[in-house]
Design a binder for this molecule. Structure first.
Ligand code: SDX
Length: 430
């Protein structure tokens, strides 16, 4: 904590002394919660200067390009841990020892099946539905099946809901993909690792024995790790706000999936591939950079820029390295999209506009190229992000609910509408 204070002077009132709070790392915060006693509100659309909560899960330093999960740098986790270890870390606060890891893996594996009736939901969707629409619907519907884990103040219920969501997201995602291509659903196999199981459910067919390329499993697992959590981003803040009303965890995660879908957020990985396909050739890069800089053109360079990172997104560095490894392992170094992305990054990083505005590649810039190499269709890219981020969402949800002073999130506003006026009967309206 801190003994520092900030004094503000509101016209007509005596000076107000506001406490400054310190965390473990990062900027101090000014506690403005007492300001409303003076009938004024703070104003911060987009929350660019607002800490909405305290949290011990993830720390980001945007200027230095630092990302820590429970204190561990993302590059070390991506290099040395697998995704389920990172899930355990985010949920429990510590990396698991061997016994804890084996028990956690067993628990996750024994929650991967979904209720058979859940498959009936898919038939209500047109085959060409965007899989994120299906994910919003089917994940939200899970609350109809799990009445035994909805007492959100009960830590055991929260733990069970977290296990079920982390375990079932890959199963539901793979079902959404299989449904879209008219192939039968593939059941999860407990003999496979979490990520191997996902690729098995995505690509296996009953008529063939399937063996998943271990290089692709490692790359997919690393992509899951790189997307696992990211502090109070838009979708995590959505999950926290939904959870603050007491909504059940499945409905909260469905709300997070909906928020992630936007192209400014998790939908960017799909948008990057579509953009690279539209640019098509190195010779057209300058034209698109000009469009990205043109204030009258809504086009933005997808996969570039970030609300917090004003330096390289540390995840993008690991993602680029993983890209090289996958391209080399698959002997597709000459992949035109990969070469185009490298050239686009090189040119953009030298461009004065991008330098001045501190626009660097973010986590989404390279992930799509790896996902395409793994064989994931473009419209499934954000679904992959949702699978990975579920553990972050549910960790923040659980952290919030285990806190002492849980209040429903209820922001105020600056009202700019009409003054009070009298009702006009319809016959007297012009
Ligand atoms: C994710 O919050 C998180 O942590 C998110 C995430 C996570 O893990 O949860 O990291 C995942 O969402 C990564 C971001 C993916 N989105 C994209 O790649 C879409 C393209 N990027 C932009 O839309 C934008 O950079 C945002 C939305 C990511 C950030 O926007 P901000 O912080 O609101 O910044 P801004 O829009 O105010 O931009 C600042 C300036 C503006 O110019 P000016 O009005 O100051 O003249 O930079 C410009 C913008 O026009 N700018 C861009 C740009 N991004 C910002 N110009 C061209 N291309 C871009 N990509």
């Amino acid at each position: 904590m801190s003994n520092d204070t900030v004094e503000i002077r509101i016209p007509g009132h005596s000076p107000l002394s506001l406490p400054m709070l310190s965390g473990t790392l990062g900027p101090k915060v000014i506690d403005v919660s007492s300001v409303n006693q003076y009938d004024v509100f703070t104003y911060d659309p987009g929350f660019q200067s607002t800490a909405a909560c305290s949290s011990g899960i993830t720390f980001i330093d945007g200027e230095k390009g630092i990302l820590l999960h429970r204190g561990y740098p993302i590059a070390e986790l991506a290099e040395h841990a697998d995704y389920l270890e990172v899930c355990y870390l985010l949920l429990n606060g510590e990396l698991p020892n061997q016994a804890q890891k084996e028990s956690f893996v067993y628990e996750i594996q024994h929650h991967t099946l979904v209720h058979e009736q859940l498959s009936n939901f898919f038939n209500g969707f047109p085959r060409h539905s965007h899989p994120m629409a299906i994910m919003c619907g089917v994940v939200g519907a899970l609350s109809a099946f799990y009445h035994d884990s909805l007492e959100i103040k009960n830590p055991e219920h929260r733990k069970l809901a977290a296990l079920r969501l982390v375990a079932k997201m890959p199963t539901i995602a793979a079902m959404a993909y299989k449904y879209s291509i008219g192939q039968p659903f593939a059941y999860p196999k407990n003999s496979l690792s979490y990520t191997e199981n996902f690729l098995h459910m995505m690509f296996s067919v009953p008529t063939e024995s399937d063996n998943v390329n271990p290089v692709l499993v490692r790359a997919m697992d690393r992509i899951f790790t790189l997307h696992a959590d990211h502090e109070q981003n838009a979708s995590t803040s959505t999950v926290r706000l939904a959870g603050s009303s007491g909504a059940n965890p499945f409905a909260c995660i469905s709300a997070g999936i909906a928020a992630l879908w936007g192209p400014a957020h998790g939908g960017a990985n799909e948008a990057v591939l579509n953009m690279l396909n539209e640019i098509g050739d190195v010779s057209r890069i300058d034209m698109y950079l000009a469009r990205a800089k043109d204030k009258n053109d809504p086009f933005r360079l997808m996969g570039f820029g970030h609300r917090v990172y004003k330096n390289f997104d540390p995840r993008a560095k690991v993602m680029r390295q993983t890209c090289y490894e996958v391209m080399e392992a698959l002997q597709i170094q000459e992949d035109p999209l990969f070469k185009l992305a490298l050239k686009l990054e090189e040119i953009a990083l030298q461009d004065p506009y991008f330098i001045e505005k501190k626009l660097y590649p973010n986590v989404d810039f390279y992930s799509g190229i790896i996902l395409k190499a793994i064989g994931i269709p473009i419209n499934m890219f954000t679904v992959i992000f949702a699978i990975a981020r579920t553990v972050g969402w549910i960790s923040h949800w659980s952290e919030m609910l285990s806190g002492k002073d849980l209040k429903i999130g209820r922001p105020r506003q600056l009202y700019t509408g009409p003054n009070q006026r009298d009702f006009v009967p319809i016959e007297k309206r012009r």
